[in-house]
Design a protein around this ligand. Structure first.
Ligand SMILES: Cc1ncc(COP(=O)(O)O)c(C=O)c1O
Length: 359
């Protein structure tokens, strides 16, 4: 049996080992409190320090300007597909969306129920293997906002530039938050489920410009209202206390590594290593080429489903777990989030080389 495997899952995903060890050390008695963080009142002083510290660290690491709220919510990124229109599609009701895969399709399906969405561009013609070229003229100047998915977890593409639109930009950063620097001030709202780069599932982060709040209809239920959460510093009701604590540990780990610039350099090396191998391989091929390649999710195929299955099975046996591609794409996918050590990617590439040689 393995002690620890290399986990290439797309999410919930690998966590930094140092964070898991620290959580284990603090499990029974957090900071001399005599109890686990799980057992604490969210209104206690000890817990208040944890949530405040988590927010402070996220603000520092992402350089979040003061005119933005940082919210710790529940319901996953998927609930944001509803909360965002409920809170922001309150002017013309028009929303522009760029279709780059399943997560924008999901967002669009919800938008149709709550607002008047328009697809500005789509990469469906080539199975979402690229990010469409976008120009300022393509966007509706009357749209309440523009929805994009910054990193497409399933198809393995990512934006390398912030789209040039004058309307508030809403970005799903579930699978790329903190992977490389982004200029938060260019976005109206950023959201992310925590279970890839931030911590365990159950926590969702929303970073929203304050001037976009305050126009919600009075009929909006409290739990769906960003303002309610903002006014109560994410403590309107019981937040996902343990997930927030784990997120704080992940953020401390990242700060101690040197922050986002540092991890971005590591991420680039990891991505270069695996794409470099794929580009030179005679049996494996990356499904995305060029600048839109994700540095977090790397889909690849052999072109032969039987060989794919054999590769995945042999990899599992050797401790390289969760390499099977998403059911809608097939093939393989290596998710190499912040917490995946460089050594894990090196060993995977070595294993792929050996697999190829043996054929
Ligand atoms: C980019 C992206 N958006 C949204 C989601 C949905 O997240 P959740 O399961 O937290 O609702 C995922 C999940 O993998 C994702 O990768």
């Amino acid at each position: 049996m393995f002690d620890r495997v290399y986990n290439f899952s797309s999410g919930p995903a690998v966590m930094p080992e140092a964070v898991l060890k620290r959580a284990a050390d603090e499990m029974m008695n957090y900071g001399g409190s005599g109890m686990s963080v799980m057992e604490m009142s969210h209104r206690s002083k000890v817990y208040d320090n944890i949530i405040k510290e988590a927010e402070k660290l996220l603000r520092e690491l992402m350089n979040v300007p003061d005119d933005y709220e940082v919210l710790f919510l529940q319901g996953g990124a998927s609930l944001q597909f509803d909360m965002i229109p409920m809170n922001l599609a309150v002017g013309s009701g028009k929303v522009d969306i760029v279709m780059t895969g399943m997560w924008t399709k999901r967002a669009y399906a919800e938008l149709k129920k709550l607002a008047s969405p328009r697809v500005v561009a789509s990469s469906e013609d080539k199975t979402y293997t690229y990010i469409p070229e976008l120009t300022a003229e393509m966007f509706d100047p009357e749209a309440d906002y523009v929805h994009i998915c910054y990193n497409n977890t399933i198809y393995g593409t990512r934006y390398t530039d912030v789209p040039p639109c004058s309307r508030p930009l809403v970005a799903d950063m579930s699978s790329c938050i903190l992977s490389e620097p982004v200029d938060v001030s260019r976005f109206g709202l950023i959201f992310a489920g925590a279970q890839k780069n931030l911590g365990p599932a159950g926590l969702t982060i929303v970073i929203v410009r304050k001037d976009l709040l305050g126009r919600q209809p009075e009929t909006l239920p409290a739990m769906l209202d960003y303002n309610v959460h903002a006014k109560n510093a994410s403590l309107y009701n019981t937040p996902p206390t343990y997930a927030i604590y784990m997120c704080k540990l992940v953020l401390e780990w990242l700060r101690d590594l040197g922050g986002v610039e540092q991890i971005a350099a590591v991420n680039r090396r990891k991505a270069d290593m695996i794409y470099g191998f794929l580009d030179g391989s005679n049996i494996f091929h990356a499904t995305v080429s060029g600048k839109d390649r994700s540095i977090m999710n790397v889909p690849f195929v052999t072109g032969d489903p039987e060989l794919d299955a054999r590769f995945v099975a042999e990899a599992e046996e050797k401790g390289f777990k969760n390499l099977k591609g998403h059911r809608s794409v097939g093939g393989m996918r290596a998710s190499i989030y912040n917490a995946m050590p460089e050594e894990g990617v090196e060993k995977l590439v070595q294993f792929m080389e050996d697999f190829e040689k043996k054929l």
